[in-house]
Design a protein around this ligand. Structure first.
Ligand SMILES: Nc1ncnc2c1ncn2[C@@H]1O[C@H](COP(=O)(O)OP(=O)(O)O)[C@@H](O)[C@H]1O
Ligand SMILES: [Mg+2]
Length: 260
């Protein structure tokens, strides 16, 4: 194995600052949650980077109404460093490494390039307290490679059966890879706390039955009309509706699984 291949190995990666936000299915609020979590951590005084790792369908910039001049495409092409491409998002105080919307080529990066990107991110993450990765939906290779080193994987689900079966598939793969110990469940768009806990219970039971392992619950985020309202206004929820229920729920999750 060449030296270059060696340093892209998982053991060479420092994932102690990385928090991966994953989901089986799309549309469960993963990008919104990653943005809001980054904002909460920033307000807690942690220097935070939000990495748009949805390498085919980047939409952090769209939710926030940003038009980043530079994005990961340049990094992947070897034309720029992550440091030079990361932009400071003044409205919330964290940095963003933008993906490239609709750039299909990024979604189909060959594994060696993806491993190189992961190594770059690991090196770059040392200049932050926390790095939040908004991953693509699904359980494909890109998602697995990028989430593997993270010390915490927040798996976002809702109560739709497809969301739960896809989340189960994610947990099963993590279990097979031996990285399931890092997975915590976030139930999003719950009608109320109790309903969210029931949704978690369904998933935990399936995991217990078939994998003999139940990933812990990180917390429940209630369905809140203020979320859609803030996305429409292309403003972060904590800026537009800081006292909303969904904001309080994300704050509680950050408190429980990140800051604590
Ligand atoms: N807690 C919530 N309450 C109400 N609506 C939500 C909530 N979380 C997410 N949404 C809605 O779900 C939509 C999809 O969210 P998004 O972050 O783009 O999902 P994903 O990244 O998983 O595809 C958002 O446009 C938002 O309107
Ligand atoms: Mg998304």
């Amino acid at each position: 194995m060449s030296e270059n291949a060696q340093d892209t190995k998982l053991s060479a990666i420092d994932g102690s600052r990385m928090i991966a936000v994953a989901s089986g299915k799309g549309g469960v609020g993963k990008t919104w949650f990653a943005i809001t979590l980054s904002h909460v951590l920033t307000r807690r005084g942690l220097k935070t980077l939000l990495f748009d790792g949805d390498l085919g369908l980047a939409n952090v910039d769209i939710q926030l109404g940003l038009m980043p001049k530079r994005d990961l495409g340049e990094v992947v092409a070897g034309k720029a460093s992550m440091k030079s491409v990361a932009t400071h998002y003044d409205a919330a105080g964290f940095d963003i490494l933008a993906g490239r919307s609709g750039a299909g080529a990024l979604a189909t990066l060959p594994p060696p390039r993806l491993l190189r990107l992961r190594q770059d991110l690991s090196d770059f993450s040392k200049t932050y307290d926390k790095v939040v990765l908004d991953l693509g939906a699904g359980v494909d290779r890109t998602v697995q490679i990028l989430s593997a080193p993270a010390h915490l994987v927040l798996l976002v689900v809702n109560d739709e059966p497809t969301s739960l079966t896809d989340a189960y598939a994610f947990i099963k793969l993590a279990h097979q890879a031996g990285s399931h110990g890092h997975v915590r469940i976030v139930v999003n768009m719950a009608e109320n706390k109790k309903a969210g806990e029931r949704t978690y219970g369904t998933l935990a039971k399936a995991c217990g039955n078939f994998l003999k392992f139940e990933p812990p619950l990180a917390g429940v985020v209630r369905r809140d009309s203020k979320v859609r309202d803030s996305i429409r206004a292309q403003l972060p929820l904590l800026t537009r509706s800081p006292t909303s229920e969904a904001a309080a729920d994300v704050e509680a999750i950050a408190e429980a699984v990140v800051v604590a």
